[in-house]
Ligand binder design. Structure first.
Ligand SMILES: [Zn+2]
Length: 247
């Protein structure tokens, strides 16, 4: 079963707004044994995120899968840019980030409605805001919502992860991305409670420490070492994303 990475940055949201060339991402994938990766840019406009991910997908068709970044803009209606990226340019999902664009109804809800219409998932970093996650998972049952980082990046609170797992329990439209999770046993909990078919592996890379390939390999290893069945690991490491994106 091939490994698919559901969360890779062409441009990060770190202090330096670090960017990575598609070539670097694919070299990293080759070294770590990753067949396909979802790629997107943040910390930039929706328009530029489309340009960056489109170039990446064209340079490596079938290996890099583009998501569009949703960020409101006073100058341009981004909803039509998102619509065009998916309907005409082959984008397969939408990324939102609560840190750069608050998830208030008037800002984010049109994006979740459009995602349901276009039948693409929304990958959302909630920064630990489980009230927002619950509101959106409940309010948009036809939108496939991917909750990044099991709710919060490098979260040290098992209870907080539990709140997000609870939100996904019994809601078929909610998925959990387990990139950037430090409390690894919470990944096992998530699989037990909602099933491996709604849990997604991601590296949240590239990261340089110690180098991009070793970082990616270590993230894969975190899943391989868990107390899960082989079938569950295969789902988390690729099967779930393949079904979600109908690959
Ligand atoms: Zn990320």
């Amino acid at each position: 079963m091939p490994i698919y990475d559901s969360h890779v940055h062409l441009k990060h949201g770190d202090a330096a707004r670090t960017e990575y060339a598609p070539e670097t991402i694919v070299e990293t994938m080759d070294a770590a044994g990753i067949e396909r990766s979802v790629v997107f840019a943040m910390s930039t406009t929706t328009r530029r995120s489309i340009g960056m991910a489109q170039r990446a997908a064209q340079a490596f068709p079938g290996r890099l899968i583009p998501y569009v970044y949703a960020l409101p803009n006073y100058l341009r209606p981004v909803l039509s840019e998102i619509d065009k990226a998916v309907s005409e340019l082959g984008f397969r999902g939408i990324k939102l980030h609560a840190g750069e664009c608050r998830l208030a109804e008037y800002l984010a809800d049109p994006v979740f409605e459009l995602a349901a219409e276009l039948d693409v998932p929304c990958l959302v970093d909630f920064l630990g805001d489980f009230a927002a996650a619950r509101r959106i998972a409940e309010g948009f049952p036809k939108t496939r919502l991917i909750i990044a980082h099991l709710g919060q990046y490098l979260c040290a609170s098992a209870e907080r992860h539990d709140r997000f797992i609870e939100i996904a329990e019994g809601r078929e439209n909610a998925f959990l991305d387990v990139s950037g999770v430090a409390l690894l046993w919470k990944i096992e909990d998530a699989v037990r409670r909602i099933g491996a078919d709604r849990v997604l592996f991601g590296t949240d890379g590239p990261h340089e420490a110690p180098d991009t390939a070793s970082f990616a390999a270590r993230e894969i290893n975190k899943i391989s070492m868990l107390s899960l069945s082989d079938a569950e690991k295969e789902d988390v490491l690729g099967g779930t994303l393949a079904r979600l994106l109908k690959m």
